[in-house]
Design a binder for this molecule. Structure first.
Ligand SMILES: Cc1cc2nc3c(=O)[nH]c(=O)nc-3n(C[C@H](O)[C@H](O)[C@H](O)COP(=O)(O)OP(=O)(O)OC[C@H]3O[C@@H](n4cnc5c(N)ncnc54)[C@H](O)[C@@H]3O)c2cc1C
Length: 430
C-alpha cells in the first residue's frame, strides 16, 4: 500500500515521516525546484517562509506545550529544529537553511519515502492521499481542491518581514540587549528618539504599497503588515513591535522613545530579520523607509518583505478530527490549508494525519487526541468550529480543555494544563 503525500513542506514532511516509520511506503510530491510559490526560495523541503522562529519553547506557553507533545510523538520537524537551533532567548529559533537541509536529508534517506519533484494538478480519488500543499497551494491544484469540495473554500493574504546582513548594521548606534537585562542579549536593538520616530512614522504611513489582490482586506492579525498596524494610530507601534520598555540604550543610559529589534536569522549570525516588520510596501519603498531606522541607514537587504495569498478550507464542514475528509475516507488534508496557523501547528497536523492514515491502512481504530492536549485541541478546533466564521487558529490555551479546578495565577494554571497533557500522552497507546 502506498500513500501519496502532496507537498513537501512542514506538514507534508511530518506526515510522510510518520507513515514511513510505520512501514508504509510514501510518494512525497514536491513541486520545487521546478516551480516555486512567491514565498519559497530554497531548493530544500520544509522551508520556513518567513520568521526563523518556531516561537516559545516553554511548556507554560501553548506552542511550547505543542512542541513537547510532538517530541513525545517522535516528530521529525521537532527533532530537526532542536538540532539546528540558534540563540533566541526562550524561543526556539533555527538556522533557516540548516533546518531545511537536515529535514531533506532525513526524508531522502528514509527507505520508505520516495521524493517526486513534480507539481501535482489532480487529486486521484482512488488513491490514498494526504494533501499538504500549504497556504500557497499552486493554482491548478487550488482549482482541483475547489472542485473536490465544491464552493466551501476561502483564501486571503498575509505578509513576511525583510532580512538584512549583520555587517551592514551600524553597531555604533544599535546595541545587543535583553529586555530588562534578563537572559542572553540575543536581539540587536535600533533606538529612536521621538523626532526620529516621527520622521519614520510619517514616511511609513505614506509609503507606496505593492498592488494587492482580492482578499487583502482580510489581513491576518498575527502577521499584520507593519504599515497597516502603523495606520491604526501614531502610538500603535510604540505598544507593539517598537516597544522600548526594558531596553535601555547603553550609549546614552536612557530609555529610547522607540526600539526596532532584529533577530538572528541563520546559525552563522550573518543575517538578521526585522522583528514584526512583515510588509507589502514596494521594494524600493522598503529600502527608503526602513533605512531611516537608526543603525539601518546603510543596511543591505537580502530579502524584502512581501504579501502572499493564504489559502485554507472550511475544515469544520469538510474534515474530521483525524484530518480525514468526510467526503472520501482515502483523502486526508494536513497543514495550514486545514486552518491551523503557524509552523509548529502545521507540522502537528501533518503528524496527526500521518499517524491516522497509517492506522486506517493497518485496519486499526484511528487515534483521537483528546482536547486536553494541545495537539488534540487543534484537531478538534479545525473539525468542529463553526463553519460560518471559521478562521485559521494558532494553538492557545483558550482552545485546550480547561482544568476542573480554579487556579488564579495564569502561569501556574498553564503549567498544570501542560503537565496534565503530558501525563495523558504518556498513557496513550500509539
Ligand atoms: C508569507 C507567509 C509567511 C508566514 N510566516 C510564518 C511565520 O513567520 N511563522 C509561522 O509560524 N507561520 C508562518 N506562516 C504560516 C505557516 O506556518 C507556514 O506557511 C507553514 O509553512 C505552513 O506549513 P504547510 O506544511 O501547511 O505548508 P508549506 O510549508 O508551505 O508546504 C507546502 C509545500 O507544498 C508545495 N506545493 C504547493 N503546491 C504544490 C503542488 N500542486 N504540487 C506539489 N507541491 C506543491 C510547496 O512548494 C511547499 O513546499 C506564514 C505563511 C505565509 C504564507
Amino acid at each position: 500500500m502506498t500513500v501519496n503525500v502532496i507537498g513537501g513542506g512542514l506538514s507534508g514532511c511530518e506526515a510522510a515521516w510518520q507513515l514511513a516509520n510505520r512501514g508504509i511506503d510514501v510518494n512525497l510530491y514536491e513541486m520545487k525546484p521546478s516551480s516555486y510559490s512567491p514565498a519559497h526560495h530554497l531548493e530544500y523541503l520544509a522551508e520556513l517562509v518567513c520568521s526563523n522562529s518556531l516561537r516559545s519553547n516553554q511548556i507554560e506557553n501553548a506552542v511550547g506545550l505543542l512542541k513537547e507533545e510532538m517530541r513525545m510523538l517522535g516528530s521529525l520537524i521537532m527533532q530537526c529544529a532542536d538540532q539546528t537551533q540558534v540563540p533566541a532567548g526562550g524561543a526556539l529559533a533555527v538556522d533557516r537553511v540548516g533546518f531545511s537541509k537536515l529535514v531533506t536529508e532525513k526524508i531522502n534517506n528514509h527507505p520508505h519515502i520516495n521524493v517526486v519533484n513534480e507539481e501535482v494538478i489532480h487529486i486521484d480519488e482512488n488513491s490514498y492521499t494526504i494533501v499538504a500543499t500549504g497556504p500557497l497551494t499552486s493554482g491548478a491544484l487550488y482549482d482541483e481542491i475547489k472542485n473536490f469540495f465544491g464552493s466551501s473554500y476561502l483564501h486571503f493574504f498575509d505578509a513576511a518581514a525583510p532580512i538584512v546582513t549583520t555587517e551592514s548594521i551600524d553597531m555604533n548606534v544599535a546595541y545587543k540587549a535583553a529586555r530588562y537585562g534578563k537572559g542572553d542579549a540575543d536581539y540587536i536593538n535600533c533606538p529612536m528618539t521621538e523626532e526620529e520616530y516621527n520622521v519614520f512614522y510619517e514616511n511609513l504611513i505614506n509609503a507606496e504599497c505593492a498592488v494587492l489582490h482580492d482578499g487583502e482586506e482580510n489581513v491576518f492579525e498575527g502577521c499584520m503588515p507593519v504599515e497597516t498596524m502603523a495606520k491604526r494610530g501614531r502610538e500603535t507601534l510604540l505598544y507593539g513591535p517598537l516597544k522600548p520598555v526594558g531596553l535601555e540604550n547603553p550609549y546614552t543610559n536612557e530609555l529610547p522613545y522607540a526600539v526596532v529589534q532584529l533577530r538572528q536569522d541563520n546559525k552563522d549570525a550573518t543575517l538578521y530579520n526585522i522583528v514584526g516588520f512583515q510588509t507589502h510596501l514596494k521594494f524600493g519603498e522598503q529600502k527608503r523607509v526602513f533605512s531611516l531606522i537608526p543603525g539601518l541607514n546603510n543596511a543591505e537587504f537580502v530579502r524584502y518583505g512581501v504579501m502572499h495569498r493564504n489559502t485554507f478550507i472550511n475544515s469544520p464542514d469538510l474534515l474530521n478530527n483525524h484530518y480525514q475528509t468526510r467526503k472520501n475516507e482515502k483523502i486526508f488534508f494536513a497543514g495550514q490549508i486545514t486552518g491551523v496557523e503557524g509552523y509548529v501547528e502545521s507540522a502537528s497536523s501533518g503528524l496527526v494525519a500521518g499517524i491516522n492514515m497509517a492506522e486506517f491502512l493497518n485496519g486499526k481504530e484511528m487515534t483521537s487526541f483528546p482536547p486536553e492536549t494541545a495537539i488534540g485541541a487543534l484537531s478538534h478546533y479545525i473539525s468542529s468550529g463553526s463553519v460560518g466564521s471559521f478562521q485559521p487558529m494558532n494553538v492557545t490555551f483558550g482552545i485546550i480543555s480547561s482544568l476542573n479546578q480554579k487556579v488564579r495565577k495564569k502561569r501556574e494554571k498553564n503549567l498544570l494544563i501542560a503537565q496534565r497533557s503530558i501525563e495523558i500522552l504518556k498513557n496513550m497507546e500509539l
